[in-house]
Design a protein. Structure first.
Length: 220
């Protein structure tokens, strides 16, 4: 019995060696069946030495598969009317930038019932859970947890906040509790939701054409 075990042990040890690295495919018989040559963006094809001579591999390793745009270029806009949304935002994330945006920055989109309605759809998805259905600062996140209460849009603190400051706060966030929404919403979407905030500032009415000028003048 003991002899038998001694005889089989080396065989077992050999078998165990095959399973050393569980991620290893073992001996690659016909490597092109293991490694697909599909060409995709962001992949450095220089990494696969099975397909290229060393010189090609070296050249490819230093070549980017996707090119970075030259500095100072803006993305192409098929719709010329929307090209402005791709221009750099001129106001820095500072108290001065906030004040300047409040005084100078105007929505490039006319404020109409249609843009307010569009902004409402965005608001319901991105803002309502904190700011509440009517912008009273009573969203579920606030009422159910220990989250800071946002001021009401039509309250003393925010009812005259100019559109440029609303947009600026969406761009960079405001203090710690209100995050930047530049990553989630395009420039155009941020203006549309700004229109809905203006609608709530006016107590759920479409603000008249003169209302914005008064608001801006009051905070200057
Ligand atoms: C996670 C909760 C939360 C979300 C989501 C959120 N906000 Fe806020 N927001 C706050 C809080 C809290 C404040 C008050 C910040 C302060 O003044 O310290 C605030 C402030 C603001 C202000 C006033 C900014 C200023 O300059 O004083 C505006 C306008 C605003 N939010 C609009 C929005 C819009 C529009 C959205 C959706 C795109 C949104 N917020 C999403 C919590 C939130």
């Amino acid at each position: 019995m003991a002899m038998k075990l001694l005889k089989t042990l080396p065989a077992l040890a050999l078998l165990a060696a095959c399973a050393g690295d569980p991620d290893s495919p073992g001996i690659e018989y016909m490597p092109d069946m293991y490694r697909s040559p599909a060409v995709e963006a962001y992949v450095d094809y220089g990494q696969d030495p099975f397909y290229f001579a060393d010189s090609v591999v070296k050249r490819q390793r230093t070549t980017q598969s996707v090119r970075r745009p030259p500095a100072g270029t803006v993305p192409f806009a098929a719709d010329a009317a929307k090209a402005g949304f791709n221009f750099p935002y001129p106001y820095p994330n500072s108290p001065e930038g906030y004040e300047r945006a409040g005084a100078e920055l105007k929505s490039p989109i006319p404020l109409t019932q249609a843009t307010v309605d569009h902004g409402k759809v965005i608001y319901e998805k991105f803002c309502q859970h904190c700011h509440g259905v009517k912008g009273q600062g009573d969203g579920n996140v606030v009422t159910k947890g220990n989250y800071p209460v946002p001021p009401a849009y039509d309250g003393a603190q925010l009812k005259d906040l100019p559109e440029g400051k609303i947009f600026h706060s969406l761009m960079y966030g405001k203090n710690v509790a209100m995050g930047s929404h530049a990553g989630q919403l395009s420039r155009e979407e941020r203006w549309l939701v700004t229109h809905y905030v203006q609608y709530l500032q006016a107590g759920g009415r479409l603000p008249g054409a003169g209302a914005d000028t008064t608001a801006t003048a009051a905070t200057k």
